[in-house]
Design a protein around this ligand. Structure first.
Ligand code: WT7
Length: 634
């Protein structure tokens, strides 16, 4: 059985009303469409003060029995994962529900044999290959907690994440072919181990390209050697609804990324419910989300949501511009994709390459096209609607976060009113509101603007941040009393539709990748000649936001392009290429308040070229520095 599928805007409205009037009844009904080993005792227990949030307490389940086992009777031959490789000439792989079930079982048995059990943490550092999805599900099968690290992060960033969660194992590939590049994935894992990962006992290596890698008998194990001979049945671990399913690291306004924790029951119910409704998925449809499984979008809407709904989920190894900027559309035509989900940065990058790359492909199978990760500007929205949606296919602009687990504000396929740059109305079960940033009071009525907060729990809300519950409380539940604070600012139009403006904290969103400015500053400061730095975001045509760094260097250091290149290299090494500054301005001082805090507002304005609207700078400790900053802008 599947969750309720909304069939019209009126239906949405009545479901929404029901979800607010009787949240427990609403979600109990949705939850009862899944297979539970034992039914829950209480639907919901919560307070946002500690916070303490428990959905479906006492319920016992295994999410993979819902993703796999329960589909075998009806769709064992249907493709579950449709793998499209990097090179367009290489054959696609169709992995049926039966095959996926067997592969997950074999891998689960292999993991158990290697000493992994319930509650153990397993880190993933892998390219977009089927074995990533398979072994993530294998972890869930045996109750191990997966922590997937995007394979674009550096060895240092990988080591930090492995150590924060004391992972017992890292699963990686030998190499990763993306576009024309061949990345030595295993080599980066070896570097991370050399930095120091004392909890890691095993590195399980998937043979992807088969090229040579360094090998250490004391911990390296070949994936195929362990998995291939295993039995194709693997008893699923019985999990409590509130047992941890996975950890996923994300950036906040402090320097250290935090491990967002999601649990089994609520995450299962909400990802399936939201997938089914936002994409209006129908049996037999081919659905494609272009995200990487290293991000929450890939967790919720490549792996769990689609498989829970018995969908065919396309998984793509490559990049949008290889062999040319028509690749996405070629793949859509080739596999007759019905729902397509991508990020504004990809849309803008492809738009900049020219309309001709969209032409000559049959996109007539598309029924819904989606956007996620950052605000989509009007020009990109219109281009997407016209050139990909051929003016008829609805666009869903889906607002959500790593912490929310699933889509929160979005159209329901074609059933909702559409307005460019507006994510629209909340999904059933989601109670957003706008809060005045000074009084912290809710803004009633329409139109309105303010901080975006959520008043009531939904099943896939984060439960904690790994190893540091106080941090979870401070970051999300302390700014606005009694509410979950998103970190975003938003507006509501006269009809109550939401438009997300962007982050109001020290977080930047570069090409849909979330980074803390403090995190980038810490990386820059690792360079021996850097004394101090301040990082802000600035508007960037393709990336949405670019990274602008103001840097003070020590006496005698040559403030030149050679040093800029070294600083960029340092950031690549500390975090990864996604965090490298687009612009570096050398300065003699940073604008500071009398209490010694950097006045970022001024830095943001100057970086954006808005020096005419700096506002009052007279309260600065060093107002004279402002002119130097303006004149030296790069
Ligand atoms: C932040 C969350 C959710 C999956 C990908 C990003 C921004 C996300 C939208 C959207 C405007 C958006 C917000 C949010 N964001 N989707 N449709 N419109 N902004 O997850 O890395 O946790 O980042 O991305 O600023 O807070 P994430």
């Amino acid at each position: 059985m599947l969750p309720t599928q909304i069939t019209s805007f009126e239906h949405y409205q009545s479901e929404y009303a029901r979800s607010v009037n009787d949240p427990e009844g609403f979600w109990a009904k949705q939850a009862s469409t899944f297979n539970w080993r034992k039914k829950w005792d209480h639907v919901l227990e919560w307070n946002f003060e500690e916070p303490n949030i428990k959905w479906f307490q006492g319920g016992k389940l295994n999410i993979t029995e819902n993703c796999l086992d329960r589909h075998l009777a009806t769709r064992s031959q249907q493709t579950a994962l449709l793998f499209e490789p990097n090179a367009p000439g290489d054959p696609a792989r169709h992995i049926s529900y039966r095959e996926l079930y067997e592969e997950v079982c074999k891998t689960g048995n292999a993991l158990r044999e290697l000493g992994i059990g319930k509650g153990d943490r397993v880190c993933f550092y892998m390219p977009m290959v089927p074995e990533l999805a398979i072994s993530v599900l294998a972890c869930a099968r045996i109750g191990a907690i997966h922590s997937v690290v995007f394979a674009g992060f550096s060895a240092q960033a990988l080591a930090d994440r492995v150590n924060d969660a004391d992972c017992k194992m890292i699963i990686c590939s030998d190499y990763n072919k993306r576009g024309n590049k061949n990345i030595g994935v295993k080599e980066i894992v070896d570097e991370a181990l050399a930095i120091g990962c004392p909890s890691v006992q095993t590195v399980l290596v998937h043979r992807n390209t088969g090229e040579e890698i360094a090998w250490d008998e004391s911990y390296d194990v070949w994936y195929h050697e362990k998995v291939d001979g295993q039995a194709a049945e693997c008893p699923a671990e019985e999990m409590d609804a509130e047992d941890v399913l996975f950890i996923l690291y994300t950036s906040g306004s402090t320097g250290k990324p935090k491990g967002v924790v999601h649990t089994c029951g609520g995450y299962m119910v909400y990802t399936a419910y939201s997938f089914l409704n936002v994409f209006q998925y129908q049996p037999g449809d081919v659905y494609w989300c272009t995200a990487d499984i290293g991000w929450i979008t890939g967790h919720s809407y490549i792996v769990y949501g689609p498989l829970l709904c018995g969908a065919t989920s396309l998984m793509f190894e490559g990049v949008p511009t290889y062999p040319d900027a028509g690749r996405f559309w070629e793949v859509c035509a080739k596999h007759k994709v019905n729902q397509f989900y991508t990020a504004p940065t990809a849309i803008r990058a492809l738009m900049a390459q020219g309309d001709e790359f969209t032409e000559g492909y049959d996109l007539s199978h598309l029924k819904v096209i989606g956007s996620v990760g950052e605000p989509i500007n009007e020009e990109a929205w219109e281009w997407y609607k016209k050139h990909i949606g051929k003016d008829t296919v609805p666009v869903v602009d889906t607002w959500w976060q790593t912490e929310t687990g699933g889509m929160m504000i979005s159209g329901m396929g074609g059933h909702s009113p559409q307005k460019p740059t507006f994510a629209g109305y909340p999904l059933p079960g989601i109670q957003p509101c706008l809060v005045d940033k000074n009084t912290m009071q809710e803004e009633e009525g329409n139109p309105a603007a303010g901080l975006l907060a959520i008043k009531f729990p939904w099943p896939s809300i984060l439960r904690t941040t790994w190893g540091d519950h106080l941090r979870c409380k401070h970051t999300y539940f302390s700014t606005i009393p009694g509410m979950y604070f998103t970190g975003d600012g938003a507006r509501r139009d006269a009809d109550g539709m939401y438009r997300i403006i962007g982050r109001v904290d020290d977080v930047v969103n570069v090409s849909g990748h979330r980074l803390g400015t403090a995190e980038v500053e810490n990386a820059i400061d690792e360079h021996p000649q850097v004394v101090e730095s301040a990082v802000v975001g600035y508007p960037h045509d393709i990336k949405g936001q670019g990274i602008y760094a103001y840097v003070i260097v020590g006496a005698g250091a040559g403030a030149d392009d050679a040093l800029r290149a070294e600083i960029v290299a340092t950031v690549r090494q500390e975090i990864g290429p996604i965090a490298k500054p687009d612009k570096i301005q050398f300065v003699s001082a940073l604008p500071k308040t009398r209490s010694g805090k950097i006045m970022r507002r001024i830095l943001r304005k100057i970086a954006a070229g808005e020096q005419d609207s700096l506002g009052d700078v007279s309260t600065l400790l060093n107002p004279e520095v402002v002119e130097e900053l303006i004149l030296g802008r790069v």
